[in-house]
Design a binder for this molecule. Sequence first.
Ligand SMILES: Nc1ncnc2c1ncn2[C@@H]1O[C@H](COP(=O)(O)OP(=O)(O)OP(=O)(O)O)[C@@H](O)[C@H]1O
Length: 327
Amino acid sequence: MTETETVPADPGNRAADTAIHVEGVSKRYGSRQALDAVSLRIDRGEFFGLLGPDGAGKTTLVEIMEGLRQADAGTVDVLGGAPWPRNVALLPRLGVQTQSSAFFVRQTAHEHLATVAALYRADTAAVERTLAAVGLVGRRDTRVENLSGGQRQRLAIASALVHDPELIFLDEPTAALDPQARRDLWEVLRGLKEAGRTIVYTTHHLDEAEALCDRVAILVEGRIAALDSPRGLVGAAGAPTSLLLPPERMTVAEAEAVPGVDRAEVRGGSLVLETKVSGKVMSALDALGGLDGVQTRTATLEDVYLQLTSDATTGDIPHAQNTEHQA
Ligand SMILES: Nc1ncnc2c1ncn2[C@@H]1O[C@H](COP(=O)(O)OP(=O)(O)OP(=O)(O)O)[C@@H](O)[C@H]1O
């Protein structure tokens, strides 16, 4: 084969499509089992969410992927190599934003980002481009120490992106952002995904995970309790749909008599009907006086998350739902 020939894509070559492959990874701190045989595979170009309550092991898992911590057991492959022992060749290919990002506080936002860019040998145009992407052009000449919490957060994100890494780890990146900045960042992140970047995204915002992530893993007490697309998780949970009616429309007893209604109660000023066959109930309500004022609330990722994490507090940690993409 000559050098100019292209190598045909091999649909069976799983490794080439894989950004991260974690297999049987465990980590213990003293008596605390932070991770217990975690296995997952993240595809290149995937927007992958890592969810779970405080102390579930998210940071530990991400730091193992980033090569900042050594696993006690298991194997970790990141972009085709092992991140531990510290893999210097891998570093420029990774972008990392943490909750405790370090800053050159006496520098301006622009100087700080230019310094980070220089460390990675990124071009100067990347500095301007990245400042604009995170909405910090207006603060470019403000010293880091004088930036607000949200602006620093944006600078931390910019610092993770300025060298155009292939794989980006973001740890609660919207935690200190106001609602508009949060939505603006969503657009930046969607652009990164469209550009083919792989994103590992830790968040406590379930709406964010639902809006952005291709798949999410829900970690509970060091184990993967669920792993699937947000839509898949919501569907598999079989959670009911709620139909909200003005309370004067009918009594609770009348509502419970509507075919397909599992439960009815007055809650938050509405008559709430729970059903797993919402189409059927909607038709019945339509026939009973129209659909004016009827609102539908379908189950969300938050409902699934709360179910899974509350199971953990009762000691009944579920087995992973949908292992389709797991190693
Ligand atoms: N360096 C450490 N030494 C001892 N215990 C640790 C250490 N780091 C984490 N732990 C413990 O391991 C468990 C998992 O912690 P980890 O920070 O990975 O969880 P997390 O899901 O990221 O939590 P949070 O959402 O609060 O950041 C917790 O019980 C934590 O107290």
